[in-house]
Design a protein around this ligand. Structure first.
Ligand SMILES: Cc1cc2nc3c(=O)[nH]c(=O)nc-3n(C[C@H](O)[C@H](O)[C@H](O)COP(=O)(O)OP(=O)(O)OC[C@H]3O[C@@H](n4cnc5c(N)ncnc54)[C@H](O)[C@@H]3O)c2cc1C
Length: 303
């Protein structure tokens, strides 16, 4: 049962932050409510005041530039359908299409997803490979943090109580980058998400991996880049990518910090990272060569 609360509907970030500063721990920002209202119904959170951020000017915008700026209140559905997102970061639109179910996607926002810091976030995992930064606004002004600095751990961020997440900025990969996101799971939320992006450089036999990005979500306390896997990929000849896939997948599996929970044992999760890292790598490598592979895996989505 939901307890009574006061809903504030400010129209500027300044007014919203002033409310958060005044009300302190009695208030929580409220966007789509898909997480917040669930916790309130369960009695796990009882804020007497909710500050609705959906009317704040600019928070619902998607803007182009050297980076792609996605406002905090942009919904998964808008992300999926945005012609700009599809043109600049097509994988982001494809991944958004597979978040949750259509009811959650219709109201759930990008800002709510990142600010909630659920380790099972598809967006946070994928955004790490796009060098994402988040813009935070407060009565003291604006500040920008890398997404890796912002998401500190399970349901924990660097957001101060009077701050709002205003937008996330992505640095789209250069043309010719092959990328894939593979998510696996049998529960409501994914058990594993792996993002791989490979930029190839050179021609003919001299074509090599110039920039490799691998991010793994759901299995560690927060989504992380797998730097050891990236190091093993950088500089590898395109023709030899198939030979190193096993070593790279093992490095990815070594890099995670899983725990036993309802999604499976730590040992099982580490093994699944190795299996799905191999699969994601194969898809990204094929796409980098301009080939769309037929990739279907049980209980998995390939975006
Ligand atoms: C059934 C179900 C399945 C799901 N499956 C997936 C999945 O497959 N993949 C995936 O990635 N996610 C999944 N999710 C998570 C989903 O993406 C999030 O619930 C949604 O994006 C949260 O957005 P919201 O606007 O509803 O946030 P809210 O519920 O409104 O808020 C969530 C939290 O963020 C805070 N907050 C919201 N906006 C801001 C802001 N602008 N600044 C600061 N703090 C803010 C709130 O105070 C609250 O703590 C699932 C959720 C559900 C319920």
């Amino acid at each position: 049962m939901l307890r009574p609360f006061t809903l504030h509907r400010p129209e500027t970030a300044e007014d919203a932050c002033a409310l958060l500063a005044t009300l302190g721990e009695d208030a929580a920002p409220y966007a789509g409510g898909t997480e917040l209202l669930l916790l309130m119904k369960l009695g796990l959170l009882r804020p007497p005041h909710l500050v609705d951020v959906k009317r704040i000017a600019g928070f619902g915008d998607i803007a182009d530039g050297p980076s792609l700026t996605i406002g905090a209140t942009v919904t998964h559905r808008t992300l999926e359908r945005s012609p700009l997102v599809r043109a600049r970061c097509p994988l982001v639109a494809s991944v958004a299409r597979h978040v949750a179910n259509v009811r959650v996607r219709n109201v759930g926002t990008v800002g709510g997803n990142l600010a909630f810091a659920d380790p099972h976030s598809d967006l946070a995992t994928l955004f790490l490979t796009l060098d994402a930064t988040v813009e935070l606004v407060s009565p003291r002004g604006r500040r920008e943090l890398s997404l890796a600095e912002f998401v500190r751990g399970p349901w924990e961020t660097a957001r101060r109580p009077d701050e709002l997440l205003a937008a996330v900025r992505l640095s789209p990969w250069p043309a010719g980058t092959g990328a894939a996101y593979v998510k696996f799971g049998v529960h409501e939320r994914p058990t594993l998400g792996i993002a791989v992006a490979l930029r190839l450089d050179g021609a003919g036999e001299r074509t090599r991996v110039a920039d490799a990005r691998v991010a793994i979500g759901c299995v560690s306390p927060r989504p992380m880049r797998a730097e050891s896997a990236e190091t093993r990929l950088n500089g590898v000849a395109a023709a030899e990518l198939g030979d190193v896939t096993g070593v790279v997948a093992d490095a990815a599996a070594e890099s995670v910090d899983p725990a036993d929970d309802l999604h499976g044992s730590a040992e099982y999760k580490r093994e699944m990272v190795a299996v799905f890292a191999r699969r994601a790598l194969r898809v990204a490598a094929a796409r980098a060569r301009g080939v769309e592979p037929a990739a279907r895996f049980p209980h998995a989505v390939v975006a």
